[in-house]
Ligand binder design. Structure first.
Ligand code: DSN
Length: 397
């Protein structure tokens, strides 16, 4: 069989990944075992439906020959409950975080219902109801505000629960560097609920899931009704999504994924997620996550020392956002991203709170430490990278 051109392209991408300093907060490097699982024969298998003994009411597959993928999917579910020390129901079939979120909304909401969430430009996510995403087109979206210094305004969340009566309150972010107080949001929901009104509380912990697993961030389990995540960011695993929920929502959530939003499960991805879960239970992984946070704080402090403005002034997690709008008003996030690319440093342009530029240009960049911590970087390495980025930005003055 002739060699495919694809493998030449993959080799070039491998070289890029080997030589660049990877600071995109949502990226990471998977283990050989995760790659083996993803590249396995499981990609050949159709498995619409759920394992035979599923307790959610969805029993059985729509294809024969599923005895081993049944065993795999049940094991994967058990392992993810172990990672987060929870008895929540879990669905491991979501192809991505976006699919997980859409399926969760479709499971418990009707089109036109109101979702209360963080806006994209403040650090939220497309699937939290941006008008250009299907979620914004299907549902009525109300956003809560940030305080002037960029923190989540919990008083505004409570006010909007009371005044706008959302059907679902969503906590979670793609570019927020501070602890999210799930318990405070739950308290606001309880204060404003009665027998006629009680919104669902959903936590999208995609960015911080590894920190939750490693006890470096408060857990949403036992607080939120539904918890969604991806498995490839701080969890450092196969690309994909998960949905956890209180047991009474299990049937609805399973229907939200299949048949509502997806067809057949990707069992090679389920296998990759199962290996990811095994790895996330190890002491080595817990130490890795602690180092990710130490590195993030060290690098962020160096940028502060160098005179940069960090949204909220610092970080509690694996990422932070540099707001260039006041310190470097002539620079856009896009220009900085493109220039750093030329120096083999990979970041992404990012909107900042109260953004005046378009999402294509932006006034900020987002930096995360999960990927380079996997490559062995410690605090001093990240401080040196901050100094290198500063030196490059100075040449752009
Ligand atoms: N947009 C991804 C991120 O980089 O945070 C999440 O989907």
């Amino acid at each position: 069989m002739p060699m495919s051109r694809v493998f030449d392209i993959i080799e070039k991408e491998q070289n890029r990944q080997d030589k660049t300093i990877e600071l995109i907060a949502s990226e990471n490097f998977v283990s050989e075992n995760v790659r083996r699982a993803l590249a396995s024969c499981l990609t050949n298998k159709y498995s619409e439906g759920y394992p035979t003994h599923r307790y959610s009411g969805h029993k059985g597959r729509y294809y024969g020959g599923c005895q081993y993928v049944d065993e795999l999917e049940e094991y994967c579910c058990d392992m993810w409950r172990k990672v987060f020390d929870t008895d929540y129901h879990v669905n491991v079939q979501a192809h991505s975080g976006s699919s997980a979120n859409l399926a969760a909304y479709m499971a418990v909401l009707q089109p036109g219902d109101t979702i209360l969430s963080m806006r994209l430009s403040d650090g939220g996510h497309l699937t939290h109801g941006s008008p250009v995403n299907i979620v914004g087109k299907l549902f009525h979206v109300v956003n809560y505000d940030l305080t002037a210094d960029g923190y989540i305004d919990y008083a505004d969340i409570e006010k909007k629960i009371r005044d706008r009566k959302p059907a679902l309150v969503l906590a979670g972010a793609s570019a927020y560097s501070r602890i999210i107080d799930f318990a405070a949001i739950r308290a606001s929901i309880e204060k404003n609920s009665d027998e006629t009104y009680r919104p669902y509380f959903m936590a999208d912990m995609a960015h911080i899931a590894g920190l939750v697993a490693g006890h470096e961030h408060p857990s949403p389990f036992g607080i939120a009704d539904i918890v969604t995540t991806t498995t490839h960011k701080t969890l450092r695993g196969a690309r994909g999504g998960l949905i956890f929920c209180r047991k009474e929502l299990a049937g609805k959530i399973d229907s939200g994924i299949f048949p509502c939003c997806q067809g057949g499960a990707l069992q090679h991805a389920v296998a990759g997620k199962a290996v990811t879960a095994e790895e996330a239970c190890t002491p080595e992984y817990r130490e890795y996550i602690r180092q990710v946070v130490r590195n993030s704080k060290a690098m962020c402090s160096e940028f502060v020392r160098l005179g940069y403005h960090i949204v909220t002034g610092g970080t509690d997690n694996h990422l932070f956002v540099i707001d260039l709008s006041e310190t470097h008003p002539h620079l856009t996030g896009k220009r900085v991203q493109d220039t750093l690319d030329q120096h083999d440093i990979t970041v992404n342009k990012n909107c900042v709170p109260f953004e005046k530029r378009s999402p294509v240009e932006t006034s900020g960049i987002r930096i995360g430490t999960a990927a380079m911590t996997t490559k062995g970087y410690k605090e001093a390495d990240f401080v040196a990278v901050a100094q290198r980025i500063d030196a490059i930005i100075r040449t752009m003055e």
